[in-house]
Design a protein. Structure first.
Length: 289
């Protein structure tokens, strides 16, 4: 009976004056907050807190035992309104409405883009539009000197992504890596060496090395490229298909910079003129799109 009497006569919790109805403040994206709401039980008992309506900002949480509101503010312009219910041990409760305003932080404020790159603010991120020939997240890479990884010494491009058409004898696509022991050899001008980069890249330059024997080498070649592996375009010098000079030397490497960088995933090397049989080893240079 005493317990029932206590329940019937108990009063609901009372919100503290430190927890007024309304906003709990305005905060910038990425800011770590530590706030609190509080209420007291007139009977001096424990109380718990629960969100019963609306939504807290993503990444911000309410501690049900202490009323603490903590977390990292999302990087977005928004107002989050939510209701919190404080409940005592007898089940008596009191509700209150609160709000938190969030403001997007300018991700470009620190000028993250290098080499005259232009910064574009995004939600919790930024994007750089890089000036030629730079690339990378902050335009930190010189794409003309950034190999994609065909080279035998790095082999970032897997063997399965190298192929050839009308290969001579037992030659295979994987033999076409720069600094490979031998080199790729084709039959004639109908032959080609193809590299699948595995993803779209912006390509800026190409390097060619001769076959490991002076018996086979390419004097000139052309390049075709594609983003889907089906429709290929020619690398051009203005309106004309561009010829690239090949290396007849076992060790020397000839490098060419493209007049206009292009986006591609698949690249074909097509012999045009050659000695005996077209033989070559290659590398491409570029940056992620």
């Amino acid at each position: 009976m005493l317990k029932l009497f206590q329940i019937v006569n108990s009063l609901p919790p009372v919100w503290s004056e430190k927890s007024p109805h309304g906003t709990l403040g305005t905060y910038m994206g990425g800011q770590i907050v530590s706030l609190s709401v509080s209420a007291q039980d007139p009977e001096k008992g424990n109380v718990t807190y629960e969100k019963v309506s609306g939504a807290l900002p993503p990444g911000v949480h309410l501690n049900k035992n202490t009323g603490a509101i903590t977390g990292r503010i999302p990087d977005i312009d928004a107002t989050y309104e939510f209701g919190i219910r404080v409940t005592d041990v007898h089940g008596k409760y009191a509700d209150q409405i609160f709000s938190i305003d969030t403001r997007e932080r300018d991700q470009c404020q620190s000028s993250p883009c290098l080499h005259s790159g232009t910064c574009i603010d995004d939600i919790e991120d930024f994007k750089c539009t890089c000036a030629k020939p730079y690339g990378g997240k902050t335009c930190q890479l010189n794409c003309v000197s950034s190999p994609v990884g065909i080279d035998q010494n790095s082999k970032k491009i897997p063997d399965a992504q190298m192929s050839c058409h009308y290969c001579y004898d037992d030659s295979a696509g994987v033999d076409g890596r720069l600094h490979a022991p031998q080199g790729w050899v084709g039959q004639n001008t109908n032959s080609w060496l193809q590299v699948d980069l595995g993803r779209e890249m912006m390509l800026h330059a190409v390097a060619n090395q001769g076959y490991a024997s002076s018996n086979y080498y390419i004097s000139t070649y052309t390049i075709k490229y594609s983003v889907d592996g089906n429709s290929f375009l020619d690398v051009k010098n203005g309106t004309s298909i561009m010829d690239f000079s090949g290396s007849s030397s076992v060790n020397s490497v000839i490098k060419h910079t493209f007049l206009t960088p292009f986006k591609a995933r698949f690249v074909k090397f097509i012999p045009k003129t050659f000695h005996s049989k077209p033989g070559m080893r290659v590398e491409l240079y570029g940056c992620d799109v």
